[in-house]
Design a protein around this ligand. Structure first.
Ligand code: NAP
Length: 456
């Protein structure tokens, strides 16, 4: 028997588990999928926007894997020096696959970045997704993100920027049927945001969002997308898009359609801006963010931009910095701080340049925070194929038949699948009591109490 721990139950972790139990090269593989949270599915639960029900329904596919007879979900397991460091975890299994994603956000590195009212998009996403690590006592709830906000700036033009811009423009009738926590729904219901400025430092042909997500912005009720044809035309590839990759060409065509459409005077506007790089965030008299200063950039002919020393200020009472995620090191595992990833060769963790027996990575912590959910499938497969190649040597090492005792000895109390099912039931019950569908429980205490309902 080959016993494997997969750390992280997001798409890359679940796809790694699936590949392990569906192959027939190595018989009788047992997989424990561990997660720090008592809830599975990683960014599918805590990153995919609540109004994207179709993508969220991917949870059903992931669930089938976690309910496989040779897969076991163990939540509430935090791997690290205070609990179970990587070397001790490896003592419990023949192999460990780290699929821990990229939990932090990249920094802008400009003055004013940390002013009140300036948040990373990841914090905003975590808040409306009910991530239990988002503190509701230290400011987010009081600040309420959108309270008193009429104009918001979103920095970055990737899919997360599109998600947060769309969530800012959604009305309560569209948000109420989602599973977002009731407190966040209440705050967004009171939103008076009228202007959302989504700002890219390069041109429209270089935006990172995907066309489906971009197009969706144009079909939001009471909201119009505004682009400036003169600004778009600063990008030579916008003027002559024939040489662009298909995805960028489609984006450009969507924006051209908006540029040619007359203004409709709708209640809310999403202003899509380009060739503006953030220089600083300014505070108002009360110390809260009041706007962002951008420098006009110009294409340098090589895919980058140069500064022009011309500046534009955009007033905003909320700034969401959506400039990408960043991997976080796990103490006891090697880490490349430049790339924010664990060094690896075909998924094998490299320690001092040499593969470390039994340690693997997949997903964002392996390749960086890029790609859509499906990109994790081939990524996980590559890693698992390396693991299976190594399996004959790995199984020679004795490991405990059931690692649960090892977790308990480390002071950890795993939340088993029945605990997660109890959380699901509690969330359905919470929704019923509020006259809504399923509503997520947003705090650790609530999740723990619900999981204990399973009696594990
Ligand atoms: P992303 O796609 O890497 O986009 C980051 C954006 O931030 C880019 O526009 C980038 O511009 C900009 N940026 C970076 N540093 C900057 C700086 N210092 N100043 C100004 N702008 C800066 O990241 P993401 O939006 O966080 O998405 C992460 C991954 O999740 C992506 O693969 C995305 O497709 C995926 N995702 C998918 C969905 C979906 O499928 N619906 C939803 C959410 C996320 P440059 O290009 O100039 O660097």
């Amino acid at each position: 028997m080959l016993q494997v721990a997969v750390v992280g139950s997001g798409p890359s972790g679940v796809y790694a588990a699936q590949t392990l139990v569906q192959q027939d090269r190595v018989p009788d593989v047992r997989v424990d999928v561990l997660d720090r949270l008592p809830c599975p599915y990683g960014l599918v639960r805590y990153g995919v926007a609540p109004d994207h029900e179709k993508i969220k329904s991917l949870q059903n596919n992931l669930r089938t894997v976690l309910e496989h007879e040779r897969v076991r979900f163990l939540g509430g397991i935090d791997i690290g020096p205070g609990t179970l460091p990587p070397d001790r975890l490896l003592g419990l299994y023949h192999a460990v696959v780290y699929c821990v994603g990229a939990a932090a956000d990249r920094r802008l590195g400009v003055p004013g970045e940390d002013l009140p009212g300036s948040h990373s998009a990841t914090d905003f996403v975590s808040w409306y997704s009910a991530h239990p690590d988002v503190p509701d006592a230290d400011g987010f709830e009081q600040d309420g993100f959108v309270r008193g906000v009429e104009s918001a700036v979103v920095i970055g033009v990737g899919n997360v920027a599109v998600d947060v811009a769309r969530m800012l423009a959604r009305g309560v009738t569209e948000l109420r049927p989602t599973d977002m926590p009731d407190a966040a729904l209440g705050v967004l219901a009171g939103s008076r945001v009228r202007e959302v400025h989504m700002v890219g430092r390069r041109g429209p042909s270089q935006a990172r969002f995907t066309t489906k997500e971009l197009r969706e912005l144009g079909s939001l009720p009471d909201t119009e997308v505004v682009v400036d044809p003169v600004e778009l035309a600063l990008d030579p590839a916008y003027v002559e898009p024939s040489g662009l990759p298909a995805a960028s060409r489609r984006n450009v065509e969507v924006m051209r359609g908006w540029a040619e459409r007359p203004a409709r005077g709708l209640a809310r506007r999403i202003n899509l801006r380009f060739f503006l790089r953030p220089v600083s965030l300014a505070a108002g008299p009360a110390g809260h963010v009041a706007g962002v200063r951008f420098e006009r950039t110009l294409p340098d002919g090589h895919g980058g931009v140069t500064g022009s020393e011309r500046y534009e200020d955009i007033a905003a009472q909320l700034v969401l910095r959506s400039v990408g995620y960043r991997g976080v090191p796990i103490e006891g595992l090697p880490f490349d701080p430049e790339r924010g990833t664990v060094p690896h060769a075909a998924g094998r963790v490299l320690r001092d340049g040499a593969p470390s027996a039994g340690e693997y990575v997949a997903g964002w912590i392996k390749r960086g925070p890029t790609g859509v959910i499906g990109t994790n499938r081939p990524c996980a497969k590559e890693t698992v194929l390396s693991l299976l190649d190594d399996a004959p040597a790995l199984v020679r090492r004795d490991v405990p038949r059931d690692p649960l005792a090892g977790f308990r000895a480390a002071g950890l109390r795993p939340v088993q699948w029945s605990g997660w099912l109890a959380i699901e039931r509690a969330e359905a019950e919470l929704g019923r009591s509020l006259g809504r569908g399923v509503v997520k429980i947003p705090d650790w205490a609530g999740l723990r109490a619900a999981a204990q309902g399973a009696g594990d």
